[in-house]
Design a protein around this ligand. Sequence first.
Ligand code: PMV
Length: 316
Amino acid sequence: MTAFTATAPGKAILFGEHAVVYGRPAIAVPVSQVQARVVVTAEPRRPSGEVRIVAPEIELEASHSELAVDHPLAKAVSLVVEMFGVERMPACSLRITSTIPLAAGLGSGAAVSVATIRALSAFLGHPLPDDRVCSLAYEVEKLHHGTPSGIDNSVVTYGKPVYFVRDRPIQVMNLPAPFTMVIGDTGIRSPTSLSVGDVRVRWQSEPEKYEAIFDRVGEISQSARQLIEGGSPMSVGSLMNENHALLTQMGVSCAELDRLVDAALQAGASGAKLSGSGRGGNMIALATPQDAELIARALERSGAVRTIVTQVRAIR
Ligand code: PMV
């Protein structure tokens, strides 16, 4: 039986989360050790029009028509079906699996959307180009939180390190020297919508203070880009520390994230910060290849439920 499979990687935000929602630049990289995978299979024995969605990790098994229209999986399917003007879908099933932890700042929602859109469009005979995949995935991101910057769907679609400014074409980064990062998961799940919403409330009540914080975060992203593209990625450690302090001021860190950041620095990381929307989820630390495993063990001793050592490099 013909099956169409698509995958999409996880992602980590190196610099600029939250401020990116307010137009400041941010840097994000794909994390290929974790991924979402969608397999679309024709089901000729089922009634035509039936699209079955099976996602074991979230214990979901339902027909597309049974899901609420604003369910992210239903939305991803509907966007593709509507885009091609398909009146009656050939019966099929979508099996969605992912090794990206949910609600942990590693882009699980965006990766599932991207893989779903790719696999379904291929099943319908029209595999979509990346720019279309990216813009449809952005529509689904709006369901996760109302005001996404678009950074998650961009880095996950293109699978390359990006320098991202909202509403501008993505800029793929030049990475002359690869570098190593250790990712540590607090194990605390925190929906993006909550922290993004809280930052918005704070920004509305103290606009000057928050604009100044966002400005500084934007400068940090710019400086980090220069260092990374100039071949000195190991020099961005102090910028990561400063970015973490600014995220703390925004109110999106938590004791568990701070504990992992401190543990990474004590174990020799040259910089560390929370990554993603915060309040839990993951943090990242900059490491030499020699120290990475040591730092990963230190993170585990300080409560990380899982660690990933990843190489950040240019992908052609
Ligand atoms: O969904 P997360 O946790 O990967 O966070 C996305 C990054 C934010 O800047 C917090 C939100 C956004 O839309 O850019």
